[in-house]
Design a protein around this ligand. Structure first.
Ligand code: NAP
Length: 466
């Protein structure tokens, strides 16, 4: 296939990626955006395969079949609550793939005896590909292990940690130098590449272990960006334009998402990466905040809701755990039939991944126009008769506004405590992901409906129906 045609097809693919990404930004166009991007990727893959005369088809077919089966099974079988872990693993696969591309290209030059004649900048790019790919791979595996509780999610901190990490980085930079030059005759470029790969794998572990489980979604988004950069670097290695473009798109969108999440948590990226947030946090009852909670039963909560004209539903991670979204949607419809205005207040970091609540509520067919962003519900929250807090905790913690000593201080939250009545659906007084106590539970206008959110909501639905 002529190179111009190949590049034209790559441009079409890149345009489909960009349009797809743009459409992913809105819930009602997200599905189509995903499909458009997938078509772009299919076009890119077919073009890459057809335009390369060296393709060994049997291997491609085996790879395509294995990848498709694993991808389809993972997408079908993984629970919504385990999505962040799956994304972490997939980022890791992206990282190892880029590492292997870099290594294979190096091996090709080595076997052909062309290493000495290869331009130094090509070898540096190979080194950088191996570096980012390896860091992404082991970093993502640690993120996966922390999120799936295969290892403790607590930050692992030790004295001199930054010094050790800096030393490893210096050694890695030196290894890249020796991969691309023969300054040190005793260290062949091949040995330097192996040292580089080994140290980079270690670095991936070192940079993620000091980060607490609560910050893992941010780290996963960052690792996603790294996997994009690794793919971009791999694109330079094999001189494939569409891989460069798609890698750069993943790299930059990952960084933008990381930034959005940090802002929503009122944290800087360096604070997420280096502060060991959550190292001392506990999972004890109330975590330091005390008071007298006022429990209610479903039967007590029903008349409060029956009389409400304006209801705000604020979902959080507990709704995902309880898989209560369908029951919540049913309750919202019954409330509307009863004459109430019902809105959903969506916090940008509610749940465990960006858009977590939007995805669950979309699955339950909650109309998009009922989903209101935090900034749109807070100004009028005093007008809300009843705020239903369904498995949310950190994202409605008023201490973020009022308690300068709280680790959450400064994080924007949905101010449900300012509603006339708040009903909190959760199983206990235990703190949420940040391990921080929540004074909302002891508020004058708060009622605690203890129990699994799905059962409690179903109880309310049954009350409305009877
Ligand atoms: P949260 O603070 O983690 O609280 C979730 C609550 O759900 C828990 O307190 C738990 O209380 C309750 N729960 C669990 N299972 C339940 C069930 N079956 N029925 C009823 N309640 C249940 O959740 P959040 O308010 O959504 O806040 C999200 C947290 O994750 C924030 O700290 C945020 O910064 C962090 N985070 C999120 C993202 C993101 O992208 N979304 C990224 C980074 C960090 P009980 O155990 O008492 O039931």
């Amino acid at each position: 296939m002529p190179e111009t045609v190949v590049n034209l097809l790559y441009i079409v693919s890149a345009m489909l990626f960009v349009f797809g990404l743009k459409m992913l930004g809105k819930a009602d166009t997200a599905r189509k955006g995903n499909l458009i991007s997938a078509i772009g990727m299919l076009l890119a893959i077919i073009t890459a395969l057809v335009s390369d005369n060296l393709i060994h088809w049997p291997w491609i077919v085996v790879g395509l079949a294995a990848g498709s089966v694993i991808g389809a099974l993972a997408a079908r079988m993984v629970a919504m609550t385990s999505m962040p872990e799956m994304v972490a693993l997939f980022n890791g696969f992206g990282g190892i793939a880029s590492l292997l591309v870099g290594w294979v290209e190096f091996q090709r030059l080595y076997t052909a005896g062309a290493l000495a004649a290869a331009p130094w900048n090509d070898l540096v790019i190979i080194g950088v590909t191996v570096l980012i790919g390896a860091v992404t791979f082991t970093g993502s595996l640690i993120a996966w292990a922390k999120l799936s509780e295969k290892m403790s999610s607590r930050p692992i901190l030790y004295g001199g940690q930054q010094v050790v990490n800096s030393l490893v980085v210096v050694l890695i930079l030196a290894a890249i130098l020796f991969v691309s030059t023969d300054l040190l005759p005793a260290l062949t470029p091949y040995t330097a590449l192996i040292i580089l790969g080994g140290l980079s794998l270690v670095l991936g572990v070192l940079v993620v272990i000091p980060i607490g489980g609560g910050d893992m979604p941010v780290v996963i988004s960052l690792l996603n960006s790294y996997s994009g950069m690794a793919a971009c670097a791999a694109g330079f290695v094999i001189k494939n334009n569409v891989l460069i473009v798609s890698g750069a798109l993943v790299g930059s969108s990952g960084i933008i998402l990381t930034n959005i999440m940090c802002k929503a948590m009122n944290r800087s990226l360096s604070n997420v990466l280096f502060s060991g947030f959550g190292a001392g946090g506990g999972s004890k009852q109330g975590a330091g905040v005390t008071g007298e909670a006022k429990p209610v039963t479903v039967e007590d909560a029903y008349p409060i809701l029956e009389a409400a004209q304006n209801v705000l539903i604020v979902p959080g991670y507990g709704m995902a755990v309880a898989q209560a979204q369908h029951a919540v949607q049913e309750l919202a419809s019954l409330l509307q039939e009863n004459g109430a205005e019902v809105n959903f207040g969506i916090h940008p970091v509610a749940g465990r991944m960006p858009g977590h609540m939007n995805v669950l509520l979309a699955e339950a067919n909650v109309p998009y126009d009922q989903l209101k962003e935090m900034d749109n519900v807070n100004p009028t929250i005093e007008m809300v008769d009843v705020a239903l807090v369904i498995g949310a905790n950190d994202v409605v913690n008023p201490a973020a506004r009022t308690d300068e000593g709280s680790p959450l201080y400064g994080m924007p939250v949905i101010n449900v405590d300012k509603a006339r009545t708040v009903i909190v659906f959760k199983r206990s007084l235990n703190p949420g992901f940040a391990g921080v106590g929540n004074p909302l539970f002891f508020g004058e206008n708060t009622r605690m409906l203890f129990g699994d959110a799905k059962s409690s909501i179903q109880g309310l639905v049954a009350e409305f129906k009877s």
